[in-house]
Design a protein around this ligand. Structure first.
Ligand SMILES: *[C@@H]1O[C@H](CO)[C@@H](O)[C@H](O)[C@H]1NC(C)=O
Ligand SMILES: *[C@@H]1O[C@H](CO)[C@@H](O)[C@H](O)[C@H]1NC(C)=O
Ligand SMILES: *[C@@H]1O[C@H](CO)[C@@H](O)[C@H](O)[C@H]1NC(C)=O
Length: 464
């Protein structure tokens, strides 16, 4: 409009042309996605996701009952029949005990979604992803397609997906749902597999109805699924799963079409190639800045995603390791999704809670360099100690993971000017510094009496 009033020449004509052009533009922006990868991959990722940077992953299901080995327990026991698992069952359970017999013991009697949500919020995470259904097929909501193998008909007798969702929504934490496309032992899946995935009985009668159900179920409540974390795709092509048809619906017509984010596990060969953001593989850690938005998922228990009763302290990531991993991931443009496995009783093991609260304490001071940050032109350097960069607007953040012995930190990459200034997040006064040559600077750190061995952030202003 401003443009039109400034050019008093054939105004009506121009105005109507402009109107026509802007209508074209709007319809182009709102255009529908076709059920093919070229179209679906062109969808811009809703901005909340990149801004969030840090999420909590929760693996919870019937596998939490044996709480042994990993969430793949059923497969290792009955699928590949590994001696460790076969022996465990022989020693601890009566003959004839079958995996579904664990379900009544999945009681979640101490599950307090408000308490979980408090811990997740205190961790500084901005989203939480729960296993709505893992490869065992047990649904943590009352799925009509999962008769007697869901959390409402048996076990907790409770809609776990829904109750966690409403607790999260009170704290403005976004909610993601992990969903396994395949199920190890579902008869319809095994039949399709035997037919070399030429038939799609399992997809049409189980997978797709449940996926649509999940989105509708949550959207009809006060909260909405903001993320579909797909998994279990790798044995069959995306055409078997009808993935592109589902995603086209999700992006065009679903109640969450404007906010929902997805990952890249939608069929064999999709990982690191198609979908929303890329997970590539579990615990994927790129060596340099990727071109596409990505997420690193990893687990506090380095040996399992699900709860293990036999985990030991040395098998867990400690707080400095988690902070270092988070910082590296964010600096390389990724989101960090940190997993915890609750018990079948519905409690978060205290060792996990400690670490989550520790990350939150660190982010309370250093979060300015994390949330809504962007990768800088340089990602890391080791001039004195390992150091990772992020940026926001014209501010540059240098996060260092060890305290230099002489309290002087050398930075090689930033170009300073006399107007540049340097602050340490959480410390009230600007720091003294001097240029090191054409680029780089030496920063004189305050002598802190008890520098926690975790990680500190310098904010550089007026440098490039
Ligand atoms: C599955 O995809 C095919 C096209 O490949 C389509 O004709 C069919 O309607 C889809 N079914 C569902 C339930 O999405
Ligand atoms: C810094 O050191 C780490 C660990 O030794 C190494 O992987 C990384 O490539 C180094 N970075 C640079 C920029 O030299
Ligand atoms: C640091 O530099 C920025 C940008 O040049 C400026 O806005 C800010 O006021 C400066 N702060 C101090 C304490 O000098």
């Amino acid at each position: 409009l401003t443009f039109v009033t400034e050019v008093p020449f054939q105004t009506t004509m121009r105005a109507s042309r402009l109107l026509y052009l802007s209508c074209l533009l709007v319809s182009a922006v709102r255009s529908r996605y076709a059920p093919d990868w070229a179209s679906l991959d062109s969808r811009p990722l809703p901005s909340w996701y990149d801004e969030a940077k840090f999420g909590i992953f929760v693996h919870w299901g019937v596998f939490s009952v044996p709480g042994f080995g990993s969430e793949w327990f059923w497969w290792h026991w009955r699928g590949t029949q590994e001696p460790l698992y076969v022996d465990f069952m022989e020693k601890n359970y009566p003959p004839g005990f079958a995996y579904p017999d664990f379900a009544p013991e999945f009681r979640a009697q101490f599950f307090d979604p408000e308490q979980w949500a408090d811990v997740f919020e205190a961790s500084g995470a901005k989203y939480v992803v729960l296993t709505a259904k893992h490869h065992e097929g047990f649904t943590n909501w009352g799925s009509a397609e999962s008769w007697n193998w869901n959390a409402v008909d048996t076990g907790p007798h409770r809609d776990l997906v829904g109750s966690l969702g409403s607790a999260l929504s009170k704290r403005s934490l976004r909610y993601g749902l992990y969903h396994s496309l395949f199920e190890w032992f579902h008869p319809l899946y095994l039949a399709d597999k035997k037919a070399a995935f030429k038939t799609q009985e399992f997809v049409f009668r189980k997978t797709l109805p449940e996926l649509y159900d999940l989105v509708h179920l949550l959207s009809s409540s006060r909260y909405q699924p903001d993320l579909i974390w797909s998994d279990g795709d790798w044995e069959a092509p995306d055409t078997y799963w009808n993935s592109t048809q589902f995603l086209a619906w999700l992006y065009n017509d679903s109640p969450v079409r404007d906010s929902v984010v997805t990952n890249d596990r939608w069929g064999a060969g999709c990982a690191c190639k198609h979908g929303g953001y890329f997970n590539c593989e579990d615990k994927y850690t790129p060596g340099r800045l990727p071109e596409h938005k990505w997420e690193k998922c990893t687990s506090v228990d380095t040996l399992s995603w699900g709860y293990r009763r036999d985990m030991t302290r040395d098998q867990l990531l400690d707080l400095p390791a988690i902070i270092a991993d988070l910082v590296r991931t964010v600096s390389l443009g990724g989101n960090y999704l940190l997993n915890v496995g609750p018990t079948a009783d519905g409690t978060l093991p205290v060792a996990f809670e400690e670490r989550l609260r520790g990350v939150g304490g660190w982010l309370a001071v250093n979060g300015e360099a994390v949330y809504s940050s962007r990768p800088w032109r340089v990602q890391n350097e080791n001039a004195t100690v390992p150091l990772w960069y992020t940026s926001k607007g014209s501010d540059v953040y240098a996060i260092f993971l060890e305290w230099p012995v002489d309290n002087v930190l050398q930075l090689g990459a930033p170009k300073t000017s006399p107007a540049s200034n340097v602050t340490l997040l959480g410390y009230p006064k600007p720091l003294r510094w001097m240029p090191r040559g054409p680029t780089g600077l030496s920063v004189f750190l305050p002598v802190l009496r008890t520098p926690l061995a975790v990680g500190w952030t310098l904010r550089l202003q007026g440098s490039a």
